[in-house]
Structure formats: structure tokens, C-alpha cells
Write a protein that binds this ligand. Structure first.
Ligand SMILES: Nc1nc2c([nH]c(=O)n2[C@@H]2O[C@H](COP(=O)(O)OP(=O)(O)OP(=O)(O)O)[C@@H](O)[C@H]2O)c(=O)[nH]1
Ligand SMILES: [Mg+2]
Length: 133
């Protein structure tokens, strides 16, 4: 079974909106919305991956982020580990560099059904505002 470990950012603006992107055609879980991020490379810490992926995918640069939660989830074809960070300070204006759809959405309006199954507990945590964040 393939094991995939990733870091993702919940990019939250001061008005509470969150920046999300849609997974491209032909990718794993195509068409679902996601938090920008990607796979941890062998010499990276999760935070280094987050910095690199947010620069590559949405053109923002971060100096810090708040670690939120690690989620483990078994898909039919892979086991996934997601390190999720809250990003509320960055340089630049996020946009989907690879041309995929993107949007800002109110935290309260995040719909877990639009995201991969692995994201469900994370989205519930954000919506329930377990007030660590
Ligand atoms: N970036 C991102 N990936 C997620 C999320 N939730 C989730 O299950 N994933 C899964 O995490 C895996 C790795 O994400 P990735 O961004 O590196 O995916 P990728 O398209 O480069 O991978 P691939 O082309 O090798 O399949 C994918 O299988 C993806 O479906 C999420 O919120 N954000
Ligand atoms: Mg990615």
C-alpha cells in the first residue's frame, strides 16, 4: 500500500475567508476542493514543505504558520498523513498558478462533501471553532 505524507495550509484572511483550490483533472481525487499543499520530500520538515508548496502552487510566501492537527486516513489505494497548518500571515496575493479553479470561502460555509474524505475531521474542527485557533 502506498503511503503519502503531505503538508497543507488553511489560508485564512482577516475577514475569516479561506482560500481553496480544486484538484485538477487526471489527479487523485480530481474535482474535489482542497487546501493547497503537497507531498513531503525526503529532506524536508512538514513546515518546509508547506513553505515550498504554497510558493509553487499559489505564489505566497510564509514565515510562520500555526500547526493545527495531523490526520491519518486510509483510502482504498493509499494511506495518507496530512499535517495541517493555519496560515494567517503571508506575503503576496494567492492565486492558482497552475490554472485550476480557486476561490475564497467563508469558514462557516466550508462543505466537507466538496473535499476528499480525509479532510472531514479537519473541516469539522474549523467549523466548530474548537477555539484553539
Ligand atoms: N494538497 C492536498 N492534498 C490532499 C488534500 N486532502 C487529501 O486527501 N489530499 C491527497 O493528498 C495527496 C497528495 O497531494 P498532492 O497535492 O501532492 O497531490 P498530487 O496531485 O501532486 O499527487 P499525485 O499526482 O502523485 O497523485 C493526494 O492523493 C490528494 O488527493 C488536501 O486538502 N490538500
Ligand atoms: Mg498539491
Amino acid at each position: 500500500m502506498k503511503k503519502v505524507e503531505i503538508a497543507v495550509g488553511i489560508i485564512r484572511a482577516q475577514d475569516g475567508q479561506i482560500f481553496i483550490t480544486q484538484r485538477g483533472e487526471n489527479s487523485h481525487l480530481a474535482g474535489f476542493w482542497e487546501f493547497p499543499g503537497g507531498k513531503i520530500e525526503s529532506d524536508e520538515t512538514p513546515f518546509m514543505t508547506l513553505q515550498r508548496e504554497l510558493a509553487e502552487e499559489i505564489d505566497i510566501h510564509i514565515h510562520q504558520a500555526k500547526f493545527l492537527k495531523t490526520i491519518e486516513y486510509q483510502y482504498s489505494d493509499r494511506f495518507i498523513i496530512i499535517h495541517a497548518y493555519l496560515v494567517d500571515e503571508w506575503d503576496g496575493e494567492p492565486f492558482a498558478k497552475e490554472g485550476q479553479p480557486s476561490r475564497w470561502v467563508d469558514e462557516d460555509e466550508l462543505n466537507a462533501d466538496d473535499f476528499p474524505d480525509a479532510n472531514r475531521t479537519l473541516i469539522e474542527m474549523l467549523k466548530n471553532q474548537e477555539k484553539v485557533i
